[in-house]
Design a protein around this ligand. Sequence first.
Ligand SMILES: [Zn+2]
Length: 250
Amino acid sequence: MVNAIAVWQAAREAGGHVLLRIEDHDRTRCKAEYETAIREDLAWLGFSPDGEVPRQSERGARYAAVLAELESRGLAYPCDCSRKDIAMVSGDVFNEEARYPGRCRHRGLAPTATPARRVVMEPGIEQFNDLALGPQSQDPSTQCGDLLIRDRHGQWTYQFCVTVDDWDQRVNLVVRGEDLLSSTGRQLRLARILGRTAPPAFLHHRLIRKPGGAKLSKSDGDTGVRELRHAGLTAAQVRAMAVSHQFGAP
Ligand SMILES: [Zn+2]
């Protein structure tokens, strides 16, 4: 949520618009009270979004159409591997990110065998110039392997939803925390596969941490801003704090 401050800052500097969307693609984790909390925090900070506010849970038909297009081009396939299968096959339980080894790519599973789908990630470097961190290069085929876009419970994944949404909303600047930096190469790759010719620019900022260095909690609808607000800070102080963390000394 503190990310919102960095977004508004960047948008004001560039004279741009700020888009809000409700990323409730994971129906098991999203609750109405989270959305209420986020909107309250935004209002408290003094921010109001521009334009419509799409919600991922209402965009299933659009995601399904994009998947159908990928399947018709032979770029997506069913995968019935469990998380455990993937960890075992890759044989590296200490790897923070389990790379999918491509087990189902040529198995020819029937579409009805599982709702899970992956998109083929061929080897290749994705380069981009992060507006805060400088030049970056990532190879999704070695990071994550073929990208999961719908899981075996039929849920669309974060990576897929945001890539389609950024395209549809014509987002040209993504401002987010550095914890998402490793996702950017695969999102750029996916966007290109989908046919987006002008990908967005990215700015990954430092995360704001609690005194002592712990990451702010997002559980139970706590958006971070709320913790600071309950600690007695004013909206102006929280905004200033976010800006100094993003642009100032560590
Ligand atoms: Zn598989």
